[in-house]
Design a protein around this ligand. Structure first.
Ligand code: MF3
Ligand code: CO
Ligand code: CO
Length: 314
């Protein structure tokens, strides 16, 4: 998600009762076979300034539907390998290989220098966790954020999965974050205000006494991983941007049990809550159509990892 620097007042009184997640060892970046096409930043790590329009051509839309399906499929399969004892590095290998098998490039790999092929964010880690040698423990929650580049376009989707037996509070967090994404998607109308998305998500979070992360937001997406379009998950009344038909973008709320204030680890990527309370996230890539937002990151048969998690936390 795009970074946005803003100060956030902490929500007092909620503390984490779990041991903090600590960094493990990061294995060497994985190789992509020469026959797989790469996005322009793959070699240098620098995507450069965004130059693409916010709306897609018919050909790009067709490609985004296919790439989105592949990304959704990879996320679904990645969720199936989640279990106590597996390392996030093994999840990275799985996503890397699944991307290549489908003829795509794992977008995170060397994007602004990111060293791995997927983001894995455990417990209090909000987003951009780097897969490493840490094993998942019974009771953890883990967001797996898959982005695939294929046919010249990106598909970006994530879900928070349960590891073994998860406590009630975390189940509630995961359930309400999945619902927040659905409410955000439902708030979208053609030509409508982007700010309606954050309004719907934030009011849901407030109702459930959950924090809304402000430093990371949804974004326009297409031929570029992140376009100039910003999609905050909180209400910003100054935001007058409207969603024209053909706009492709993500909604990816990160909600927290305590303060949503984020701090960065020394690796300059991993964002975690400063109070150590847990964070969950769900993400879809969407296309603005005449009758609302079309989900691009669902499988060909309409399946989605989100639905499986939602059923498990219901
Ligand atoms: N997938 C993330 C998003 O939702 C971006 C990850 S950037 C990376 O926007 F470099 F960390 F991979
Ligand atoms: Co995104
Ligand atoms: Co993502």
């Amino acid at each position: 998600m795009a970074k946005r620097k803003r100060k956030q007042r902490p929500v007092p009184g909620v503390e984490s009762s779990f041991p903090a997640v600590t960094a493990g060892l990061v294995s060497p970046s994985r190789r992509v076979p020469v026959e797989i096409a790469r996005p322009p930043y793959a070699l240098t790590g620098d995507p450069g300034p965004s130059v693409s329009p916010l709306t897609r051509t018919p050909d790009e839309i067709a490609a985004m539907r296919r790439t989105g399906q592949d990304a959704a499929e990879i996320l679904l399969r990645a969720g199936e390998v989640v279990r106590p004892g597996i390392t996030t590095d093994e999840i990275d290998r799985f996503v890397h290989e699944a991307s290549i098998e489908r003829g795509g490039y794992p977008s995170p790999l060397n994007y602004r220098g990111f060293p791995k092929s997927v983001c894995t964010s455990v417990n209090e880690v909000i987003c951009h966790g780097i897969p490493d040698s840490r094993s998942l423990a019974d009771g953890d929650i883990i967001n797996i954020d898959v982005t695939l580049w294929k046919e010249g376009v990106h598909g970006d989707t994530s879900a928070t999965f349960l590891v073994g037996d998860v406590d009630e509070l975390s189940l509630r967090l995961v359930r309400e974050t999945a619902r927040a994404l659905e409410l955000g998607i439902g708030a979208v109308v053609a030509g409508g205000l982007v700010s309606d998305i954050g309004k719907a998500i934030e009011s849901h979070a407030v109702r459930h006494r959950l924090g809304v992360v402000r430093e990371f937001i949804g974004h326009g997406i297409g031929t570029e991983f992140h376009t100039n379009l910003q999609i905050p998950h909180y209400y910003d009344r100054r935001l007058s941007t409207r969603l024209e038909i053909g706009t492709s973008f993500t909604i990816e709320p990160m909600l927290t049990l305590g303060s949503p204030e984020a701090g960065l680890w020394d690796d300059d990527w991993t964002a975690a809550t400063v109070d150590g309370t847990r964070s969950a996230q769900f993400e879809h890539t969407l296309l603005m159509g005449p009758d609302g937002a079309e989900r691009l990151t669902v499988t060909a048969s309409g399946e989605c990892a989100h639905d499986l998690v939602a059923a498990a936390v219901a």
